[in-house]
Design a binder for this molecule. Structure first.
Ligand SMILES: C[S@@+](CC[C@H](N)C(=O)[O-])C[C@H]1O[C@@H](n2cnc3c(N)ncnc32)[C@H](O)[C@@H]1O
Length: 194
């Protein structure tokens, strides 16, 4: 995870991303997920869309995408970037699943806040984007606990997990789809299924 405070544009796979102040800048974890998610088709819910980078890639591949973020600036950024790229995405401001009650999705994806708290994230929007709770795992565990109600039978959840998180137990089946190593952390794109 890297943090910047500038507006900028990046273009990958013909998708142009404009990022905004107070919105998580796409970083190694974002690319890992955008590039290595398998080629599934159907309805997808992204929790924590940030700039929209992952949702846009999924929409470009023909998925029906709903993107949720708790940060209003991220919601605006995802809406802006989907319009700029001519990709239709439903974008909602919400805490986790609170705005999709009674709906089910074939796939749920999330590059979660996964770091333990640190003083360096003094901006509230950026700490919301990167801090996953006291051990870095609390956000992920909450999402995995609640996700069952929003996933179709045989659906999958894809998440980024980092070596900087504490190890945790889960009753989901867990499979590493892709791993990347950096000098400061190991990132895994993980599939959870029943
Ligand atoms: C690590 S960033 C990932 C952003 C983007 N998906 C990416 O990969 O570049 C995590 C995102 O989760 C959002 N978030 C944090 N807590 C949330 C919550 N309770 N409900 C929804 N979104 C949340 C943050 O605002 C942030 O945009």
């Amino acid at each position: 995870m890297r943090l910047y405070n500038l507006s900028f544009e990046i273009i990958v796979d013909k998708i142009q991303i404009t990022n905004f102040d107070g919105v998580y800048e796409p970083a190694e974890d974002s690319w890992l997920m955008a590039k290595h998610l398998p080629d599934f088709q159907g309805s997808v819910l992204e929790i924590g869309s940030g700039s929209g980078i992952i949702s846009l890639h999924l929409a470009q591949r023909g998925n029906l995408v709903t993107a949720v973020d708790i940060n209003p600036k991220a919601v605006e950024a995802t809406k802006f970037n989907s319009k700029e790229n001519d990709l239709e995405i439903e974008v909602l401001e919400a805490d986790l699943f609170s705005s999709v009650k009674n709906r089910k999705f074939a796939t749920i994806v999330c590059n979660p806040p996964y770091l333990p708290p640190a003083d360096e994230y003094d901006d509230p929007e950026l700490s919301l984007a990167v801090e996953g709770g006291p051990t870095g795992t609390e956000f992920t565990l909450k999402l995995l606990k609640e996700a069952n109600d929003y996933l179709e039978d045989n659906g999958s959840i894809y998440m980024i997990l980092s070596s900087r998180m504490k190890e945790f137990e889960t009753d989901w089946n867990k499979e590493i789809v892709k791993q990347e190593k950096y000098f400061f952390e190991r990132l895994n794109l993980v599939r959870f299924s029943r």
